[in-house]
Design a protein around this ligand. Structure first.
Ligand SMILES: [Zn+2]
Ligand SMILES: [Zn+2]
Length: 154
């Protein structure tokens, strides 16, 4: 015995099947169809999409992970100074360590600006900057020695 037709899947609804009757328009649907259809299928019925999650209609806004400001911001500058310190190390050999001194001033300025000179673990937290400072000291001291020998050799 056929009761009626499901308005969603257009097939017969048998009395043995679980049904859902729309509380607004009174149409009967398979309970499963009602769920999968998010509610009634009658055009203009208030129960259309009544089961649909509210935010399923809205476009999904992808949440970008918060930028890691400290890491991305601090590293390039440190690497630039490290590169400058390496170049200055070579240039200082014949110029009494002046290039290394200039890079050292840059490192000092950066350390003061970033307030990292107060950090007791500066060498652990800023290894790149610490390495640059080491190159600067090496370039400055080595530059004076090498330049003295170079320009005063007879
Ligand atoms: Zn159905
Ligand atoms: Zn309805």
């Amino acid at each position: 015995m056929v009761l009626r037709e499901c308005g969603i899947c257009q097939s017969s609804v048998y009395p043995t099947e679980a049904t859902t009757t729309c509380p607004k328009c009174g149409l009967t649907f398979h309970a499963e169809c009602w769920r999968e259809n998010w509610g009634c299928a009658a055009y203009g019925c208030e129960q259309v999409n009544v089961l649909k999650p509210r935010d399923a209609n809205e476009p999904v806004v992808e949440e970008l992970p918060p930028p890691i400001v400290t890491e991305t911001e601090r590293l390039p500058g440190d690497f630039v100074l490290l590169g400058a310190a390496a170049i200055a190390l070579l240039a200082s050999a014949l110029s009494y360590g002046v290039p290394s001194l200039l890079v050292g001033l840059g490192i000092g300025w950066r350390a003061i600006k970033k307030k990292i000179w107060r950090d007791p673990k500066i060498f652990a937290s800023r290894p790149i900057l610490a390495a640059a400072a080491g190159l600067v000291l090496l370039g400055f001291a080595g530059g004076i020695v090498v330049s003295t020998f170079w320009w005063h050799r007879e």
